[in-house]
Design a protein around this ligand. Sequence first.
Ligand SMILES: [Cu+2]
Length: 283
Amino acid sequence: MGRVLAVIIWIITLLSVLLFVSGKWWFPTPISEHAPALDRQFMITIVVVGIAFTAAQVGLGWMVWKYRATSNAADRATYSHGSNRLEVIWTVITAVVFIALGVMGQSVWASLRLHDAPAGSYSVEVVAQQFQWNFHYAGKDGKFGRTDPKLIDDSALNFVGLDSSDPAAADDGVTSTLAIPVNRPVELRLRSKDVIHNFWVPQLRFKQDLVPGMEIKVHFTANKVGKYELACAELCGQLHFKMKSYMLVLPDEEIQALQGMSQDQFQARMAELLAKYPLPTYE
Ligand SMILES: [Cu+2]
């Protein structure tokens, strides 16, 4: 029985490794400037942990094989305290590997979150709520109208609490679809009205929590025009699965044109654009 179990462990290990090596299920084609660096870092991490996983599972199988129950009654179990030296060695190796991976990966992470967005970035306010996405655009004047949580009124479709008495709010647009320019830095100001949500577009290689009471600023540059699925990646309640939308990456002229439109024209044009671009296919 011990031998069978050992072989099963090795087969599961082999199949798990093959799932990754085959490359059949992998990330969708990336569409952001930082994606190659992130993918490279991910690959290094997966190779390192893949080697550790394989070594540990092969070792586990070998132990199961070697110390299997036999028919020899004299073959009794004995107590072993283990080896402190070995414990120290593999703890130190693990710590060094994990800290090194963390240090290597933090530059991409930090560049998108801890530094200010470059000058000339296109800003969008993102307000998440159970269970929808709201995107607030500054409009032609480039200035966001004042918002106030007290003015939020879902029944009047004022999802972000826009203050209509503020002149800067007159040309603002609010949609449930995100539209951003291609090849230009985009800054998102992420907020949540109720619980923690998570902004995730797999092709962007970007994922960030939206936390009630906080405004989290992030920035990135998308470099491929198209329509992409945007999901909430945080289990945020019963209808979490419905909390999805699209992100349109558009030529800058198209974005400029959208900014000059009235709210009605803006919504109509967004619907047209949504219909125009097909979703990327996942092979
Ligand atoms: Cu959510």
